[in-house]
Structure formats: C-alpha cells, structure tokens
Design a protein around this ligand. Sequence first.
Ligand code: NAD
Length: 439
Amino acid sequence: MIARSGLSFGKIVEGDAMPVATRDELNVYDSAEARFEIAADKLGLEQGIYRYLKYPEREITVYIPVSLDNGLIEVFTGYRVLHSTVRGPGKGGIRFAPDVSLDEVRALAAWMTWKCAVVNIPFGGAKGGVICDPGKLSKSELERVTRRYTASLADWFGPERDIPAPDIGTNEQTMAWVMDTYAMHVRQATTAVVTGKPLDLGGSQGRREATGRGLMICCNKAIEKLRIKRGECRVIVQGFGNVGSQASLLMHEAGYKIIGISDVHGGLYNEKGIDIAKLYEWVYGLRKPLPEFPEGGERTNSRDILYRPCEILLPAATENQITSENAHRLNCKILCEGANGPTTSYADKTIEEKGIFIVPDILANAGGVTVSYFEWVQDRQGFFWRESEVNDRLQDVMEHSFDQVVRYAEAHRVNNRIAAYIMAIDRVARALKLRGFYA
Ligand code: NAD
C-alpha cells in the first residue's frame, strides 16, 4: 500500500509491484492538475472558467459501519467526488482498494469529466471509492459494504444525477447490489442508476469488453498512422484484470502478437507470443497464478515487463507505473494507456523526447464509459441493442475521437495528451458559458 501522506519521506524503494519515483510525483491529483494547467494555459482559458473547472462540485466522505462475518463491526471510509455536471449527470466508477484516498478519487473524477468530453458523450465526471481490501472480505461482507455505501449516497446518485460503474475491485455483481439498494430506497426499479450491470439486470451487450475493445480500436488507428503491420506488431500488456485481459484477448484474436503480460503477482515474457485465450482460462477458469502459466515463457516481475522492446506498450493495471525515474527505459513506439493515470506528469517530457506516440488515458480507455453511456440510453429507452450494434457504435465514437485528437495535436503542435485535454476543456467551457452562472 502506498501511503499518500508524509510527502517529505523521499524516495520509495523499488519493489516488485511498487512504482519508482519520489512521493511528490506520485500524487495523482497533482499529475491530473499539471496537465490541466498546461492545456488551460494553451487554450487561453479565462480566469473565472479556469477556477470553476479546477475544483470539484462536491466531495462526500461517508463512514460505513459493517458487521463482519465474525460478528465484529468495522467502519470503512468511502468517498464520492462529483467533479462536474456541466455537460450532464456525473459518471464514474467505484473503486474498492486499500490505498484509495480522497486525492486519488478527486483526480479520477476530474479525468472522467475530460474523458466524457473527449468522446463527446453527455456526461460530467465523478468517481467513488471505499478503503477496503476486497480480496480479504467475504462475498457477503462485500455486499454489506456496497449496500451501506450506496444507501449513504442514495440522495446523490440517480440516472440524472450521478451514475456509478465498476472500477478496480468492483464488478458486475457489485453494480447489481448498487442498483438493488438504490431501487429499494426510491421504491421503484431504476436500472439506469448504474452501468456495468449483469445482462440480466439491464446491462449492455459488449460492456465487459468495451474498455479493451476501445483500446484495440485506438491501437489499430495508431499502427495505421505509424505504418506498422499488425502481424509484425509486438504488444506488452501490464494488468490482466477486466481491462488488460479483454484488451489482450481481443488483440490476440485480431492478429497482434502479445509477447509480455503481467499482473500484481508477476509477469511473463515470450518473444514467440503468448496464447492469451489459454492464459485467460488458466487465470479465470482454473484460478491459477498468472506467472505460473506453463506455456508463458520467461518469468519477470510485474514492472520489468514495461522495459522490454515492443511496438505497443499497454499499461492496464494501475496509476504511477511510468515515472520520471523509469520513463527513459521504455522501449516502445506506441504507449496506449489502458489504466487511468499510469504515467506521471513528470514522465511526460522524457516520453516526448523519446518520440513515443502516446494515446492518452482520457482517450484510450474511454471505450468503457462510451458503452456505459449506451447502457444508460438502452435502460432509459427500455429497448436493447444487439452486440454488433453496440460494437459498431463504439468503433465509430473511438475512431472519430482518435482522429480529432491527433488532428488537433498536429495542427497545434502539441502532444496527443495535451491535445485531448484542450479539446475536452474547451467543450466543457463552451457548455458552461452557454449555461451561464447561477447566482
Ligand atoms: P481490475 O481490478 O479488474 O484489474 C487490475 C489488474 O491490474 C489486475 O490484473 C491486477 O493484478 C493488476 N495489477 C495491479 N497492480 C499491479 C502492478 N503494480 N503491476 C502489475 N499488475 C498490477 O481493474 P480494471 O477494471 O481492469 O482497471 C484497470 C485500470 O483501468 C484502472 O486504472 C482503472 O481505473 C482503469 N479503467 C477501467 C475501466 C473499466 O471499464 N473497468 C475503464 C476505464 C479505465
């Protein structure tokens, strides 16, 4: 666990799955803010609008008393940050992890605002989290944490207010409990209050794969731009959870060569390529540790996989993996960010100097929230789409957004990350000006 307090303690010692950098650099809120500042400055954002968009609309802390299976009562801390409702209701996942902090949730909420604006869907940005270790709680304890968290926030959630979704440590089952708890409080079935639900409860076809599929669509566009042939394209993926497993499965099927993969337990490297479908069965079917996959090749640690030569590096695990201290070791042509905030702002300069083509998180992993938007639309219509329809619409949104960001970057001589931020901030600022300021 990375303590976010004690910023003056200096360097974190490099361990297997720990980020390398100074603690100052690892504050994700500062990282998010640094990019916002650069983009706002380049955009010439007026002072008032700048101030409005810099701060969240609301931050809520809840203390969640829960009876554990052993009869004792534990009190968990939870957060919900609503960054912006300028373009529509708040949208953002709920994270269950031991190192959740208000700063992290605040950064993730702001990223959601920019992400929804980059892909031009009518949502604002929000995020939630509970400090807990889901691996150490039983299913019924997790259900009680989820229900009490949702009940505490029931007045703030709603299809037109703030719509949660899954993130690290939460899944379709968690979303089903959120939906049920909310429905009990408002006394009517309300499927559109949460996305990423099971299909049987108003979930959308294609939602589980959506973030991974969106990443693949961005990679397809990036290799086309750099004239790299798919069959010759070596890919390394960090993280084998929802995002990393779905992205690598789809890319493996599509003819990319996945030569490296890791999760929190360690990594695998195989120049000949790893059979991801078999690995998926090993990890999720047989419930075996990823690094012990018999056909996986050389074993590495979770982070060293990032430094192996490849065409596409796809960090899809967690924040702060690429920092000022290790960015010079990257050996890829394309950095496609599946995780939120995998690269600190301090690493941006090195990545630019190395000429790496970056597909920034607020564009690359926006496939998830885009299909969440489709799920919300379907729930509200009560009319559900075929999977091919969902995937076609997703492809359309992702390709169009990718083209817009890259075109903007080229026209204004900024990198893709800053281009994405500028486009997003500009869209939110325009909506804000149209709405005006209510006294
Ligand atoms: P998850 O909990 O399903 O999976 C996380 C994976 O990362 C696991 O395989 C875990 O073992 C691995 N991991 C954790 N720490 C690691 C480390 N230090 N080194 C290597 N592997 C490590 O979470 P997820 O839903 O796949 O989310 C992953 C990232 O993608 C997060 O940053 C999340 O915010 C972001 N994201 C998720 C979605 C979504 O739809 N789930 C959408 C957009 C962005």
